[in-house]
Design a binder for this molecule. Structure first.
Ligand code: ZN
Length: 374
């Protein structure tokens, strides 16, 4: 028995075939602003997957990195007039507190990008040594055309890749690149930005290289499960795969796990639109059991919309569950296990618990497997 999970690269549902220890890596936050529901949905999906894997007897090691140096955090620190590492430390503490309040399992480790500069530099050197990266204009770029399987995670054609790279800060017009799909591994820092000495000149890492370096350092060459929000498939995860596999010569990821994006009343939830729902606000209005239940009412794989009434529905649902107390003889646990093993179908798990609770049976054990304490 194992969890069957959708794999983005293979475009289908496949069993997780892992040893006693399952390694997972979820792309973490850039700690410069408060956590919103989109973050919570991603880490909740990793949480539920780990709970079922642990239930099956595996040990899970889930690393969540912290991008503590990039354009966003440097810009925000500049605006606030604080050191970027102070801003990062403060936001990381807040984020960890919120995720703990939501009842998420603690990470195996939460390594920071700035802790991995030596590993990042050796990875870049290894890519150059293999003829897959080149120096130009004070920066180092990965040559996307050197990796024959480029596109095997996202299944996008060149035009789509270029559009997505442009949307996600890929600087497709950078004149120092040989090809617009090439991506930066090392870049010169602006005058007021942090810079590290390197044989490529002083500078700071590009976005994608941090995750490859940290994943290799923390969990080894091949991850059992890797993922994050669906918007990371391209370019981030495609680029991670290209540079990692170029350097190690080994498969980087066995199972790609991507989580749908959360919208608010018909619009994508995003910082720039200012329409964010914050985890803290929800936890002020209801207990963690209800907030978790509200999130789990949506299948992780698909985009969904948050509506303000969702939390009230979840509160009422948890109340009904709490009112059902007759011995269920293991039925609620069986219902939740079967639903989770089928691509983490949490809506089905909740519906199964509703049915049992409606006949007065306790669903305490099944809810507990979902991290919902009744
Ligand atoms: Zn990442």
């Amino acid at each position: 028995m194992t969890v069957n999970l959708y794999d983005t690269a293979r475009q289908g549902i496949f069993p997780i075939e892992a040893g006693p220890v399952v390694t997972l890596y979820s792309c973490g936050i850039t700690p410069y602003d408060t956590a919103h529901l989109g973050h919570a949905a991603v880490y909740m999906a990793f949480d539920i997957l780990q709970r079922r894997l642990r239930d099956l007897g595996h040990e899970t090691r889930c690393v969540r990195n912290v991008t503590d140096v990039d354009d966003d955090i440097l810009r925000k620190a500049r605006e606030l007039g604080v050191h970027y590492l102070d801003l990062a430390a403060e936001q990381m503490a807040t984020f960890d507190r919120q995720m703990a309040a939501l009842g998420l399992l603690p990470s195996y480790s939460e390594p920071r990008a700035t802790s991995a500069i030596p590993e990042i530099l050796s990875l870049i050197q290894a890519a150059i040594d293999r003829g897959a990266a080149y120096q130009s204009g004070g920066a180092v770029y990965f040559d996307a055309s050197s990796f024959a399987a480029f596109g095997s995670v996202s299944h996008r054609d060149r035009a789509e890749m270029l559009a997505l790279a442009a949307e996600h800060g890929g600087n497709v017009d950078d004149p120092n690149k040989r090809d617009p799909l090439d991506f930066v591994l090392w870049q010169p820092s602006l005058e007021d930005e942090p810079a590290w000495e390197s044989r490529f000149g002083p500078g700071r890492p590009g976005w994608h290289v941090e995750c490859s370096a940290l994943a290799l350092r923390e969990l080894g060459e091949t991850l059992d499960v890797h993922g994050g929000g669906r918007d990371l498939v391209f370019p981030h995860h495609e680029c991670e795969t290209a540079q990692s596999e170029t350097v190690t010569g080994r498969p980087f990821v066995r199972h790609w796990f991507h989580i749908g994006l959360v919208g608010l009343d018909g619009t994508k939830m995003s910082k720039s639109l200012g329409n964010l729902v914050f985890v803290d606000d929800l936890l002020e209005r209801a207990d963690a059991a209800a907030v978790r239940t509200a999130l789990l009412a949506h299948h992780y794989r698909f985009d969904w919309e948050w509506h303000d009434g969702d939390l009230d529905h979840a509160v009422a649902r948890v109340e009904r569950w709490r009112g059902a107390t007759a011995d269920d003889d293991g039925a609620s646990l069986a219902v939740v296990r079967a639903a989770l093993d089928d691509d983490l179908d949490t809506p089905r798990a909740l519906a199964g618990l509703d049915e049992l609770a409606a006949s007065g049976l306790s669903v305490r054990a099944g809810a507990a497997l979902l991290g919902v304490t009744l």
